[in-house]
Design a protein around this ligand. Structure first.
Ligand code: PMP
Length: 342
């Protein structure tokens, strides 16, 4: 068989123009998610809560946006080459997205997941994309930070997994560590993608944006885009009440350079937030349940927290407020473990 016979067939329409409805790869379908008005969970509130349904990204979470951008830029800069292994420390969503994009591009994948958040669904998703998974015991860390076995925040829970990534990167030149917590393309993906889409979808008519903070990439990137177009916009961060790191100004956790500094510190330094709202596990879970039953939106716990906080902010702004937030991931990721994880 001739070599040319193995090439994928690229069809054109009859006049020779490329077919506009065909994607070259599933990766081209990331982003451009719908912005949807909530109708029933707002309990008659005279305000609009609009949610960007990020779980409709192809692998099921907002992290597809940053995974494809971080990988594309690393390739462009020559730091990631064919045959290399992509590694990351992840509570689940970034790992799943890196594995999804990495699989589509043919990379080897190795993910380090904290035991606390390594639900069977999350581990299975990454394995099914072909990744090797190491579940890392985080008991010692939990005791150190007095974190309870409840909601989880990546900035602390991923410390030991991140150290493992660093060791691998230093010992093997064919390893590329995505470093989601400090990779500038995490923020840029949201500034140029999510944030611009929100401006287009709303025609710039919105009063506030709210997001749960894990790495902080969503909040900082979207805030930068919205503030550039509309300096008076309000920005509110949300985090689990059990682990209020941002609220403490990150003073309650040991910041290890190159391990858990990065975007979160930028958020504190740039003072982009009008407020930091704490939501308890149970409140987040209850709202996620209501979102499914009353809106048909099958979203995870951080989405529930975002919606609760958005309603609170809309009440404070008053009649006619328009508040936008994101639904980061879908509920399928939590069928065995209902946890508010950022
Ligand atoms: N919600 C969920 C379910 C997440 O997985 C994450 C990130 N791990 C976030 C919210 C926070 O997003 P970001 O990292 O952009 O702050």
């Amino acid at each position: 068989m001739q070599d040319s016979e193995f090439r994928p067939m690229r069809r054109s329409s009859l006049d020779g123009e490329p077919d506009m409805g065909i994607h070259d790869s599933i990766l081209d379908s990331i982003g451009n998610t719908p912005l949807v008005r909530l109708n029933r969970v707002i309990d008659g509130l005279d305000a609009e809560i609009l949610v960007k349904v990020e779980y409709l990204n192809p692998s099921g979470s907002i992290k597809d946006r940053i995974a494809v951008r971080m990988i594309n830029e690393a390739e462009r800069e020559g730091r990631l080459k064919p045959g290399y292994t992509i590694v990351e420390a992840t509570t689940g969503n970034t790992g799943a997205s890196l594995c999804f994009v990495g699989a589509a591009k043919g990379y080897k994948l190795r993910m380090f997941c904290p035991k606390l958040t390594a639900s069977p669904e999350r581990v299975q998703i990454m394995r099914m994309f072909g990744a090797e998974i190491e579940v890392v015991d985080t008991e010692e860390l939990l005791q150190m930070t007095e974190m309870k076995d409840s909601s989880a925040h990546g900035v602390v829970i991923e410390v030991i997994p991140r150290q493992k990534c660093l060791e691998l990167e230093q010992s093997d030149p064919t390893v590329w560590w995505a470093r989601q917590f400090s990779n500038p393309y995490n923020v840029i993906a949201h500034r140029e993608g999510t944030g611009q889409e929100i401006l287009q979808d709303t025609g710039g008519h919105l009063d506030a944006f709210i997001a749960s903070v894990g790495t902080g990439g969503t909040l900082l990137g979207v805030a930068q885009a919205l503030k550039a177009a509309k300096p008076e916009i309000q920005i509110h961060a949300v985090e689990p009440a059990a682990v209020p790191h941002l609220k403490s100004g990150l003073k309650d956790i040991p910041i290890i350079p190159g391990i858990n500094d990065g975007i979160l510190l930028d958020i504190v330094r740039e003072q982009i937030t009008d407020s930091i709202i704490s939501v308890t596990d149970q409140e987040a879970i209850n709202m996620a349940h209501r979102m499914a039953k009353q809106e048909g939106l099958f979203c995870g716990m951080s989405s529930g927290a975002n919606v609760l906080a958005a309603i609170q902010v809309a009440k404070e702004i008053g009649r006619g407020a328009r508040v936008v937030t994101v639904l980061p991931d879908n509920r399928y990721r939590y069928t065995s473990l209902e946890k508010y994880t950022t």
